[in-house]
Design a protein around this ligand. Structure first.
Ligand SMILES: Nc1ncnc2c1ncn2[C@@H]1O[C@H](COP(=O)(O)OP(=O)(O)OP(=O)(O)O)[C@@H](O)[C@H]1O
Length: 546
């Protein structure tokens, strides 16, 4: 900072000092937004550069607008600051605040309105002392007062002081305004944070499982209750009802929560690869096995193994899984070592495994072992009220993710509630994401939702098997019918030789993986997994739309 002039110096270069004061004050106020630091620093400059001493900024009390208090000061002792309180209209400060006009007291000793409230007379110099006060204006009204003392015998005209103080008051006013806006906004954010946090807690969001419907709450309570035991759980429910989410919830509420949660989708991996994926392999077990590798079972050591779509596990692997559950050991493919494992198993299926058992596709002994605690998750259409809650949640998420700020237009929530949601929460999630990405106005309109839902039903239609008289037309891709999906059997296993079909589906859906997955009778997660396993998801294909 430039060299400071003391009050003893002559005032012949006063304009320079004023210019210096204003530029230093502007730089101080723009450097920091903290008024506790920068306003006293400006008041210090005021004293040191132009001899306007004991500057103070007086503002209304936080709890009482009619009571003014010295909030920032320079050259006042703490007890003097504490004494500086004024009612509106009281003394010079109170009058300036009330009238919103400046005031000059030529001699504090002879003006009856000057109260000596903050500073006692003996503290001031023996010479004639003046007091000058200007309002701090905001939007045409006084929001505070800037006041200071000066010696009357200084050669500077009072108008020059008033002019200078008015400029500084405006600058201080802006700082206080910004500070108030920040405080207001921070309080608003804290408030919103708090209400979101408690809404999340109310809606079970602390587990990431949203929903208030009685059926969901029941399933949630049951899941938390059984989480503590080590019992094997079988999650039953249509695709997209949140089975994996529940499996994670059970894991995080169990004593194993600090250990791994390993998830494998038995339908997404070709049978030939699944064994090694699950149980690992030894070096040289098959072509390409250049080194030994632990399978998912070993990776879950100490934690939880989640076997999704367990109904799609072939009979051979069922036998191996049964052995794992009975003996708590695993043998890698191509090995003969028994590796002890300590895992909890959770399975999930959308199939009726009883039927699979009756048809000889699933071992009864394994079924009993896995079905120790069955937990059924409700379909979205059974969860009254949850569609709205989830739709708002997904809207928030995708607005944030895609940097948009869309609302929900009239009629949209009603339409979403009346839709049957064969693909459950995952489908609702996809529909909301598409709506956020494609909406043209400030709100997602009912027409836009209708259009997306119409496309959804076309996808289900396209997936229907061709009727006999269309046998010669191009074969449709395997996939769910709307009613089949509704009945909870939307996915089919895809064999290793289906690379062409996967590619054809992706082409047909113009790279939209969500649509392609549905066409193929899989969940998007299964398709991703499968593309990875088949080496079809390369980085330059990563921009296929979802
Ligand atoms: N209660 C919920 N609250 C919020 N999001 C949820 C809830 N349940 C599921 N989801 C979301 O829905 C999608 C599908 O959930 P999840 O994968 O757990 O279902 P799933 O039943 O395992 O499906 P699939 O049978 O196809 O494997 C996920 O994106 C998940 O985050």
């Amino acid at each position: 900072m430039a060299e400071l002039m003391t009050t003893e110096q002559t005032d012949h270069d006063a304009p320079n000092q004023e210019a210096l004061l204003l530029s230093e004050a502007a730089s101080l106020l723009s450097r920091s937004l903290d008024p506790d630091t920068n306003i006293p620093a400006v008041l210090r400059l005021l004293s040191q550069l132009v001899g306007l001493n004991r500057g103070r900024v007086v503002l209304p009390d936080d709890s009482d607008d009619c009571c003014l208090r010295i909030r920032y000061a320079y050259g006042l002792r703490p007890e003097e600051r504490a004494r500086g309180t004024y009612r509106l209209g009281e003394g010079i400060t109170g009058r300036v605040m009330q009238s919103a006009g400046p005031c000059i007291v030529q001699d504090v000793d002879s003006d009856a309105d000057y109260l000596f409230r903050a500073v006692d007379r003996p503290t001031l110099p023996d010479e004639t002392v003046c007091f000058i006060a200007v309002p701090i204006m905001l939007d045409g009204t006084a929001m505070g007062v800037l006041g200071c003392h000066r010696l009357r015998n200084r050669p500077r005209p009072f108008e020059a002081d008033i002019h200078l103080l008015r400029i500084l008051a405006a600058m201080i006013g802006q700082t206080l305004r910004i500070q108030a806006l920040i405080r207001q906004h921070t309080a608003w954010l804290e408030d919103r944070n708090q209400s979101l946090r408690s809404a999340l807690q109310r809606h079970g969001g602390q587990h990431g499982v949203l929903g208030e419907s009685p059926m969901l709450r029941e399933a949630l309570d049951e899941a938390i209750q059984i989480a503590g035991s080590d019992a094997t759980v079988m999650l039953l429910g249509e695709s997209g009802t949140g089975k994996e989410k529940f499996a994670r919830l059970i894991h995080t509420h169990s004593g194993r929560h600090e250990k791994p949660f390993i998830c494998i989708n038995c339908a997404a991996i070709p049978a030939q690869l699944l064994e090694a994926e699950l149980f690992g392999h030894e070096r040289g077990a098959f072509t390409g096995a250049v080194r030994g590798r632990a399978g998912k079972v070993e990776m879950a050591q100490g934690g939880t193994l989640f076997l999704d779509e367990i109904g799609d596990l072939g009979l051979e692997l069922q036998a191996k899984l049964l052995r794992l559950l009975q003996e708590r050991t695993v043998q890698r493919v191509g090995g003969d070592r028994d590796i002890p494992v300590d895992i909890r198993v959770i399975t999930a299926t959308h199939q009726d495994l009883q039927v699979a058992v009756n048809e000889g596709r699933f071992r009864l002994d394994l079924f009993y072992r896995l079905n120790v605690i069955p937990l059924r998750l409700p379909a979205l259409r059974e969860r009254t009220g949850d569609v709205v809650l989830l739709a708002r949640h997904f809207l928030d998420r995708f607005n944030h993710q895609h940097t948009r700020n869309l609302n929900i237009g009239a009629g949209v929530l009603n339409r979403l509630q009346s839709y049957p949601w064969p693909g459950n929460i995952r489908q609702l999630e996809n529909v909301l994401e598409r709506a956020v990405l494609t909406a043209r106005g400030h709100a997602i309109s009912a027409e836009e939702i209708e259009h997306i839902l119409h496309e959804e039903s076309l996808i289900a239609e396209r997936g229907k098997p061709a009727p006999p008289d269309e046998a010669l037309s191009p074969a449709p891709l395997p996939g769910p019918t709307a009613s089949a999906a509704m009945a909870g059997r939307p996915y089919q296993r895809v064999s290793e030789t289906d690379v062409d079909r996967v590619m054809a589906a992706l082409r047909q859906c113009r790279g939209n993986k969500t649509e392609a997955a549905r066409l193929l009778g899989m969940s998007p997660r299964q398709l991703y997994y499968r593309l990875d396993k088949l080496g079809l998801r390369t980085p330059n294909q990563g921009n296929w739309s979802d």
